[in-house]
Design a protein around this ligand. Structure first.
Ligand code: MN
Length: 214
């Protein structure tokens, strides 16, 4: 059973004008599609690894055979990161979160606006390609961090609650080199209900619903 590219949960044009149709099409079909294809190719001769969740592969990269470790790190990361990314966005998203995620943001960062500013600043400062995250521990504490390339916080023992893609392929067609503008606009399409579900999964220890689909 090979890993599959999950369908986009809305139309390519659904996140206009924040994210343009062509970017969504290329990003989902080509970029995410290629990570899935390359992950499956890397695992071809390791049938014992094919039944594992992609998150499980990333959790202990040192246990992955050396000849495919980098491929699994990059393409497994690409698959997990993007599977989350499509779901934590929605048309007519944005606004203010409710539930436990709202509480922990307030407790940790003071208020939503200060959290969003810190998150966007961290994303703007990530040199080159990578991701900016809000990640958490099973005790419910959260932190902002950035990772290069397709590295996922799972490899550092943290669970990704939300993340924004700051690779140029995520924004360059519309925003050109203006990454901070993309980061600021992105809050208009975030799906706080899904993000809250992910945070509740972390706190309850039932992470399965938050894992990448196969
Ligand atoms: Mn991407």
């Amino acid at each position: 059973m090979a890993f599959q590219l999950p369908p986009l949960p809305y139309d390519y044009s659904a996140l206009e004008p924040t994210i343009d149709t062509q970017t969504m099409k290329l990003h989902h079909d080509m970029h995410h599609g290629t990570y899935v294809k390359n992950l499956n190719a890397a695992l071809e001769k390791y049938s014992n690894l094919q039944s594992k969740a992609a998150e499980e592969l990333l959790r202990d990269l040192n246990s992955i055979p050396e000849d495919i470790r980098t491929a699994v790190r990059n393409n497994g990361g690409g698959h997990v990161n993007h599977s989350m990314f499509w779901k934590i966005m929605k048309p007519k998203g944005g606004g203010d979160p409710n539930g436990p995620i709202a509480d922990v943001i307030k407790k940790t960062f003071g208020n939503l606006k200060d959290f969003q500013t810190k998150f966007s600043d961290a994303g703007a400062k990530q040199f080159g390609s990578g991701w900016v995250w809000l990640a958490g521990k099973p005790d419910g504490s959260v932190q902002i961090l950035t990772t290069p390339n397709q590295d996922n916080p799972i490899s550092q023992g943290l669970f990704p609650i939300l993340g924004n893609d700051v690779w140029e392929h995520a924004y360059y067609l519309k925003y050109n080199n203006r990454r901070p503008e993309y980061l600021a606009a992105w809050w208009n399409v975030v799906n706080w209900e899904e993000i809250n579900n992910r945070y509740e999964s972390l706190k309850s220890g039932h992470l399965e619903p938050a894992l990448a689909s196969r």
